[in-house]
Design a protein. Structure first.
Length: 209
């Protein structure tokens, strides 16, 4: 058994233990790391060999500013388990650059953050308030500065986690208009707290040679 195959066993078990319509709660076994079950030297071919063709697809997915990019997608038909992987060499599908988790994901990022967390929960992990951008533009909701907290810098293993907050579609315009646009806000700003944002998409990336 290859190293990737051995590390991928928990990933396979997590999938096969669930019906397609299940919405499982996060568990300790759902936590990913910078090196497990994949790392910067992993390739698309290795992922397919480890998890099986039925659990891996190659898809065009939305990136930034309306751009679409090719990505390896693990568990493409199960929103809660979906993992999107981007490559520095898209043609050869090698040089793992970034991993993205969706809003419905139960996977936990290497720094302990998961989708659905509130500002207060992330602040608690960080040990202090942090800075994030306003909403409703291409880079809206991203954490821009951890202010020297526990989440500042690379996670153990060397990858850097990117966190993007979002707001509920039911949030009123009167509230969200105060925290929208290309501006920065502290996570403890009363206007930001009133909007009740939560972690949406998560990603982690690796230094490229």
């Amino acid at each position: 058994m290859t190293r990737l195959a051995a590390l991928a066993v928990p990933l396979v078990l997590a999938l096969t233990a669930l019906p397609a319509a299940a919405q499982p709660a996060p568990a300790a076994s759902d936590r990913l790391s910078c090196t497990s079950p994949f790392g910067p030297k992993t390739s698309h071919a290795e992922i397919v060999a480890a998890l099986g063709k039925e659990n891996v697809a190659w898809e065009k997915v939305y990136a930034a500013e309306g751009e679409e990019m090719g990505a390896t997608v693990i568990y493409p038909k199960i929103d809660e388990r979906r993992i999107e992987i981007f490559w520095s060499n898209e043609k050869k599908r090698t040089g793992l650059a970034n991993v993205r988790l969706t809003e419905k994901s139960v996977w936990i990022a290497p720094n302990g953050i998961r989708s659905g967390m509130s500002l207060a929960e992330v602040e608690k992990l960080n040990g202090r308030p942090f800075t994030l951008s306003g909403f409703f533009w291409d880079y809206g909701g991203y954490v821009s500065d951890w202010k020297g907290g526990a989440l500042d810098g690379p996670a153990p293993g060397g990858c850097t986690v990117n966190v993007r907050f979002t707001v509920s579609e039911d949030a009123s315009d009167a509230v969200t208009s105060k925290v929208s646009g290309d501006k920065e806000f502290s996570s403890d700003d009363k206007r930001m707290r009133a909007a009740k944002p939560f972690v949406g998409t998560l990603g982690f990336g690796y230094p490229q040679p």
